[in-house]
Design a protein around this ligand. Structure first.
Ligand code: SD4
Length: 321
């Protein structure tokens, strides 16, 4: 994927050169798709993309493509981290986070700390479409999802959960290695954008911990005038920087999706005491059908689907500067 890794040496220029810089980045090579486009995180994203692109090519609505694609991953829980099959928290049970956003109308819905609900993305969409709110959490989110008829399982009784928690080391490190999330972005044939994100969150997280995945502007942001971005990785290193909002704003200023993803990794690394050891990965697309991806300190596979086919691509970690 060398075409996905434009070298941005020009970004070492002083701040005054910013307009020049953005013009230079906008010219960087970047893949472009005709017609509908779907991009999502990790290799399992291909399963979601296949469903989403088939739906779009059949004339389906972009939000249906987002929801149906992500539901496939929640249903499979095949990677051990999305949906109820995901990695449990420190007390041994999964708490799920999800959000969805639609470009036209700038609408959004989100759920966090959700227990026992099979399809959190559907719950998030119901928040967007059937309430005047944007985000529901915990017991209220579960109650709402049940009331909306979203498929559910029995949650373990509270006493048992409490005992499991007390029995464990409360200082347990969050399982940094064991995290995966689907963030999926769609550009439809009319040029409108939508996206969604779903996760069981970082394995071993404290009960009640909410990551970046359900937070708009952190793991997902959609702007119908510009483009969209999605994130995966250590949520704490994404949400403190409003990373996807930042990526979209850089695209607004002229950067390609690829350049914007890389630039935000570099800027976070510059600000953060961890430097590039952030474990953060981004995907993005824009209104022109261009897309890109970047990761701070790992090889990052992601999935792309267009009318011409569906594939898993990857980028290497950014080169620190
Ligand atoms: C979180 N960002 O809860 C999620 C986890 C993740 O790949 O993306 N893992 O922090």
């Amino acid at each position: 994927m060398s075409s996905l890794r434009p070298r941005l040496a020009v970004l070492r220029l002083p701040l005054l050169a910013a307009p020049l810089l953005f013009a230079a980045c906008a010219a960087a090579p970047t893949p472009r798709a005709e017609g509908p486009l779907v991009i999502s995180t990790w290799p399992f994203g291909k399963f979601a993309n296949d469903i989403a692109i088939a739906s779009l090519l059949a004339g389906g609505a972009r939000l249906d493509a987002v929801e149906q694609g992500i539901r496939e991953i929640e249903r499979r829980s095949s990677d051990g981290s999305v949906g109820l099959g995901g990695r449990p928290n420190a007390a041994g049970y999964p708490q799920l986070d999800a959000c969805i956003m639609d470009g036209p109308g700038h609408r959004a819905g989100s759920v966090a700390g959700l227990e026992g609900i099979v399809f959190p993305i559907t719950a998030a969409r119901a928040v967007m479409e059937h309430t005047k709110h944007v985000m529901l959490v915990g017991e209220g989110a579960r109650w709402f999802a049940l009331e909306q008829g979203v498929e559910s399982i029995d949650v373990a009784d509270l006493e048992a959960k409490k005992k499991a928690w007390v029995a464990r080391d409360r200082a347990a490190e969050v399982d940094r290695a064991g995290h995966d999330t689907i963030a999926l972005l769609v550009l439809d044939a009319d040029g409108h954008i939508a996206g969604g994100c779903s996760t069981s969150g970082a394995g071993g997280k404290l009960p009640g911990r909410v990551g970046d995945s359900p937070i708009l502007g952190a793991a997902l942001y959609v702007d119908d005038e510009v483009g969209a971005a999605g994130a995966t990785g250590v949520g704490e290193n994404v949400m403190r920087y409003c990373a996807t909002f930042w990526i979209v704003e850089l695209m607004r200023q002229g950067l390609t999706p690829q350049a914007a993803c890389e630039e935000v990794v570099h800027r976070i690394a510059r600000l953060d005491p961890r430097g590039y050891k952030l474990d953060i990965c981004f995907v993005a697309l824009d209104k022109q059908g261009r897309y890109g991806a970047a990761a701070s300190n790992q090889r990052f596979p992601f999935a792309v689907a267009t009318k011409d086919g569906s594939q898993v691509l990857h980028v290497e970690q950014v080169t620190p500067r």
